[in-house]
Design a protein around this ligand. Sequence first.
Ligand code: ZN
Length: 408
Amino acid sequence: MVSCMCKSKNFVLYFWQVNLHASAYRDGSFVDRFFKHDSIKSRVRQIKERGLFKVRQIGQSVLGKEIFCISAGHGKVNILIWSQMHGDEPTGTMAIFDLLNFLGSNDLEHVRNTILSQCTVHFIPMLNPDGADFFQRRNALNIDINRDFLAMQTPEAKVLLNAQEEIQPAFAFNLHDQNTLWSVTGSRKSAAISLLAPPVDCNATVTPSRLKAMQLAASVYNLLHTKIPGQVGRWSEEYEPRAVGEVFQSRGISTVLVEAGGFVDDDEKQLVRQLNFELLLHSLEQIATGVYSNEKENTYHRIPLNNKEIFHLLIRNCKVASPAGYIKADIGLNYTEELDAAGKNRTKMFSVADFGDLSTWGAYESIDVRNAVLKGTLKIDAVASFNIEDDKGIVLSFVKGIKRIQAI
Ligand SMILES: [Zn+2]
């Protein structure tokens, strides 16, 4: 592999060109988070017919749905990228098809040739098709596939392990979505992307292969943190021996966990999808050129940790009646999503998460109600059901958890 500053600098230019045109590679089959296995089958069939990449079925789910592997390139370095082992975490799947569109395009030939001549990239999109069709984390046996790599009771975990043993990848990317309430220490902003080089033991020992994963994660951090300041985090190094990242890292595969989180006004994860596309493309180029190995281990440790210091909605400066008269307080609310029968449209159901001085917290949306008065009951952990009113009328209203009026 070649490693020189000249190539590194060149790629910075290439990267921004790609970024500017990212929408050209955006796969139109996926427009929200709720696509099903049928969409994957249809796209995989089209990709196979085009004949650019090697496409094969490598197994099936509990309910007999096909799990595919698409391989691109002819280089010596094998890279394995899989997504959606948790069925309700679809962002990585969208990014994989965007990346396949780029690799199959005629654009930026120097970038594509570098990647495809040095590496063979094996993509397994949607490892948990049954979970995806139910839009649930677990598989059809109600087992968390990412806690099944010791017991190996799920066919989906076996498919991934067989793929690893057959492909013998040097690098692996494990693509997930994280809860949108994770934030980044020091910023009070949502963690749009979180990274982890999974540990190989309780002491988070830095083995040679794990060091490469840390350097790759550091390189991704350097790429993204100026673009989305305060929104790139590092996941905890807590050792989970049942998880695939730990198992692969222990086998000497440099493994990076990518968690796609939340971003303001990005409920359907389309911006975070683009960030996934960009970071994967960047990582492939870094591996193909070897440039990532210039990164310092310390850079990885300096990526701020994830924490929970944000709400979905923060109402500031509300007057609330108490036995001692009115007090002024902030109200932090979070929502859960309730899907309709078709599993497509969702309703946000708000609950009260905290109440009091929340001036040190952040939020996706903050509303200063300027001393308007709360009418109704306010109870921690209860479904929001109250009005906030000023002398002109209702400015904000929740009915059984659903936000009905927002006049501010
Ligand atoms: Zn996950």
